[in-house]
Ligand binder design. Structure first.
Ligand SMILES: [Fe+2]
Length: 227
């Protein structure tokens, strides 16, 4: 039976559902995935769904199989380690590019928090015997890339500061979503201490977001508008 391939989703994200469990079908799907990627000429996340429950990465290579709730939770934490690592680098560059003193200070302050947050994740993962470096978060890679692209387009210090602040909030909102999810999964697993640690980080992310909003409204955006 031919695997069903649906491509009517935005930005070439292709979902493929396997109709049966034969190796032949899996190989055929993999070939279709590779052809689709080549035709669209973009690096896209490709998910192979269905009875195999297996994911393919953007090169069509089979990724790790996750078949229980706890492993899914640990994979979320591994993604978050990658998020924090990428964010630490990005915040350093963003602080270097910022000219508004309060914005620069906030970015530097949050970079220090990011290191602590990453360490919390590593502590939890090590407790479970899971490798903290097992995953790379591709969503964060894309957000950081967008930030870099936006900064390259903005001219003038005030406008660049406003763009930096807006980008920082997008990165924070992604973290808030990811930590909210991870804390909820910890709760479902009745891992209360870990849920508390994740909530602590979540509160810090929300706090920095609030401070960024205040700074944007009171100073950075009005300055950029007046420039
Ligand atoms: Fe963080």
């Amino acid at each position: 039976m031919r695997p069903h391939v649906s491509t009517n989703v935005p930005e070439a994200v292709t979902f493929i559902r396997l109709p049966d469990e034969t190796k032949l079908a899996e190989l055929r799907v993999r070939k279709l995935v590779e052809q689709t990627c080549r035709r669209k000429a973009v690096a896209v996340p490709v998910f192979l769904l269905g009875n195999f429950g297996r994911m393919l990465d953007e090169r069509g290579t089979a990724a790790m199989e996750i078949n229980n709730f706890k492993d899914m939770y640990l994979a979320e934490l591994q993604e978050l380690v990658s998020v924090e690592s990428q964010l630490a680098d990005a915040l350093l560059r963003m602080a270097g590019a910022a000219t508004h003193p309060a914005l620069k200070d906030l970015l530097i302050h949050h970079r220090a928090e990011t290191e602590t947050q990453k360490q919390r994740l590593v502590t939890i993962l090590q407790k479970h015997g899971a490798d903290p470096a097992a995953h790379t978060d591709q969503a964060m890679q894309a957000l950081v890339k967008e930030t870099r692209k936006m900064l390259g387009m903005l001219t003038g210090d005030d406008l660049r500061d406003a763009g930096l602040l807006a980008s920082a909030q997008k990165l924070e909102h992604y973290e808030i979503a990811a930590y909210g999810t991870a804390a909820a999964l910890a709760g479902q697993l009745d891992l209360r201490d870990e849920q508390k640690m994740l909530h602590r980080t979540l509160d810090e992310e929300k706090q920095i977001d609030t401070l960024l909003t205040q700074l944007a409204k009171r100073e950075v955006n009005p300055d950029a508008l007046a420039a």
